[in-house]
Design a protein around this ligand. Structure first.
Ligand code: ADP
Length: 211
């Protein structure tokens, strides 16, 4: 793993904290003639990388470089189970028309399709529904199982997976969403969904570690 390379401003921050710590983010910003908001990402990186520690109402103090604690380590600790959203599923027999209404009502971009036993059989994306809508068929007559992407071609993740593994699947398969599943005899039970929004939320979580 490569050590984190610090930029000039981060080196300056380290110097200020070494000489004046504990010191608040506000005061570091004042010394550099910058706003607290501008410094926020740098302070987050220095804290996550283990150079600085932060105590509420006390401020930042220098702890030196802990080689075992890096931003990369922290990212790999993030788990699907801590960030995923709830499952949004429809039955295979639902019509395409009703699936479109349901997608709007639920305010999601992907629906997961289940069989009678509530096991995963397919995925419906916005464009799957759009593609069918620009044809001439009667959307009230077509069940979603005709147009969905089917098992076993569905990429999924489990609660215990790392977010990095899940993010890799989103990128490799070029999809917006993965069902979070539990492996069961006979199939996959859907327990949640993991989307590009989930990854964005986790990304923000990392930057908030300097509060
Ligand atoms: P959109 O089609 O609206 O851009 P996606 O990029 O998520 O949304 O979907 C692209 C295609 O991949 C669609 O046909 C969809 O059915 C399928 N798909 C979506 N999610 C998955 C998944 N987790 N595994 C396999 N296929 C998927």
């Amino acid at each position: 793993m490569n050590p984190i390379e610090l930029n000039k401003r981060q080196e300056d921050i380290l110097q200020i904290v070494k000489e004046n710590g504990p010191i608040t983010g506000e005061h570091i910003a004042e010394r550099l003639s910058l706003t607290r908001a501008t410094l926020r990402p740098d302070l987050a990186i220095l804290t996550m990388a283990g150079f600085l520690d932060a105590r509420p109402r006390v401020g930042y103090f220098y702890v030196g470089k802990k080689t075992s604690v890096t931003l990369i380590d922290n990212i790999h600790d993030l788990k699907v189970k801590d960030f995923h959203s709830g499952p949004v599923v429809v039955p295979e027999t639902m019509t395409v028309y009703d699936a479109i209404c349901f997608m709007f009502a639920e305010d999601v971009g992907t629906l997961f399709v289940v069989d009678k036993n509530e096991l995963l059989t397919g995925v419906l994306s916005r464009k799957d529904l759009l593609r069918t809508s620009i044809g001439t068929q009667d959307l009230n007559k077509i069940p979603v199982h005709i147009i969905m992407t089917r098992m076993p071609n569905i990429s999924y993740c489990e609660k215990s997976d790392s977010l990095v593994e899940a993010a890799n699947k989103l990128i490799e398969r070029e999809v917006d969403s993965l069902p979070v599943v539990e492996l069961q005899e006979g199939g996959l039970k859907i327990v949640g969904r993991l989307t590009k929004t989930t990854i964005t939320r986790a990304f923000l979580f990392l930057t908030q570690h300097d509060e």
